[in-house]
Design a protein around this ligand. Structure first.
Ligand SMILES: Cc1cc2nc3c(=O)[nH]c(=O)nc-3n(C[C@H](O)[C@H](O)[C@H](O)COP(=O)(O)OP(=O)(O)OC[C@H]3O[C@@H](n4cnc5c(N)ncnc54)[C@H](O)[C@@H]3O)c2cc1C
Length: 310
């Protein structure tokens, strides 16, 4: 068995997702290689070589890979993945574009959004927008899957894996890159934050959501929201936590004015500790919480921010 992982990075910064994917691959066992494809990413290959459990790092470094376009990635991946039994990518925009495309070209069935690994060919994934969890057993000879990285624990650093350059022939892209927009680049990344504070529709307005940002600033936390809060326009889409949003696994999750609907809870099952603030002591979120504070968020939050700031 040998597993290849597509490394995730953004603007020359390695995402902790790659280390989580190595953690996922370890559940299967065998040799784990990591592939990094990009322009000017040699320094990232060196960082990847330090991830414990990585056998070798494959480096495809060329200008043509600058924007990680799915068509060029697939052209190079078709050959690279030949010796591997599994090829994993994060369930991010790159992985979601590459894995199905590659699977279609090679005539394999892709598996998307893996959140639990039972064995080398048995996986759990959410279906019906998270209303059910499906267990898939596959007989495919090669398994191509996108992985919900936050559902897995990252591995430690401590390795000196070899780095191998991938031979790159002439590759042309039919895709024209126009622009990319970085949202909230100055904010703590919600997917990988150690502390996450999140709010629901109980905030009643976008303006009141400002209290959440203030609390996050004091705690150096990422900020999330329920789908109800997003639908009401209190917070942007990318802040949604849950089965149809982001899956997070912080050390501490602070849920404020959030009822704890199943679809929301599915996004926080990896949280180590939960604090809930809610006016209803019987809300499902309060039952999930390690610390449950009953009260009105509009009274509690300003006080909490003031005390924490001191
Ligand atoms: C297919 C599908 C997919 C979905 N995906 C997601 C998803 O990914 N993420 C997600 O979050 N939801 C998702 N949902 C929606 C989900 O079912 C819930 O509707 C949603 O999570 C509820 O959001 P909420 O907790 O903000 O609102 P509510 O359920 O209305 O809860 C509000 C809570 O705030 C409390 N409260 C009210 N006033 C105050 C106050 N002043 N102070 C303190 N507490 C107060 C109330 O007691 C209550 O517990 C999905 C639904 C479907 C059908």
């Amino acid at each position: 068995m040998s597993i290849l992982i597509l490394a995730e990075y953004n603007e020359n910064i390695l995402s902790s997702s790659t280390s989580r994917l190595v953690g996922a691959a370890k559940k299967i066992g065998g040799e784990i290689d990591v592939l990094i494809v990009g322009d000017d990413v040699k320094n990232l290959a060196q960082q990847l070589a330090k991830i414990a459990g990585v056998n070798k790092v494959l480096l495809a470094n060329d200008r043509v890979f600058k924007h990680q376009k799915a068509d060029v990635l697939c052209k190079i991946l078709k050959d690279i993945i030949i010796p591997y039994s599994h090829f994993f990518a994060s369930s991010n925009s790159v992985g979601k574009a590459v894995i199905p495309r590659l699977a279609a070209e090679l005539d394999f069935m892709p598996i998307s959004d893996v959140m639990f690994i039972h064995s080398k060919n048995k996986f759990d994934r959410p279906i019906y927008a998270g209303n059910a969890i499906e267990t898939i057993s596959t007989k495919e000879k090669k398994i191509l899957a996108t992985i919900r990285s936050s559902a897995f624990v990252p591995v430690e650093q401590g390795n000196d894996a070899k780095i191998e350059n991938v031979k790159i022939g002439e590759i042309k892209s039919k895709v024209e890159f126009i622009k990319s927009t970085n949202v909230n680049s100055d904010k703590v990344d919600l997917s990988t934050a150690a502390i996450v504070v999140a709010g629901g529709q109980a905030f009643e307005s976008k303006e009141n959501f400002q209290m959440l940002y203030e609390l996050a600033d004091v705690l150096n936390a990422g900020v999330g929201a329920t789908r109800a809060a997003v639908d009401l326009g209190f917070a942007p889409n990318e802040m949604q936590i849950g089965v149809s949003g982001k899956i997070i696994a912080p050390e501490l999750y602070i849920a404020i004015g959030i009822s704890g609907a199943l679809q929301h809870l599915a996004g926080i099952s990896g949280a180590k500790k939960i604090i809930a603030i809610n006016s209803d002591a019987d809300a499902p979120m309060m039952k999930q919480a390690d610390v449950a504070l009953v009260g009105d968020l509009k009274t509690i939050l300003p006080e909490l921010i003031k005390k924490l700031a001191q």
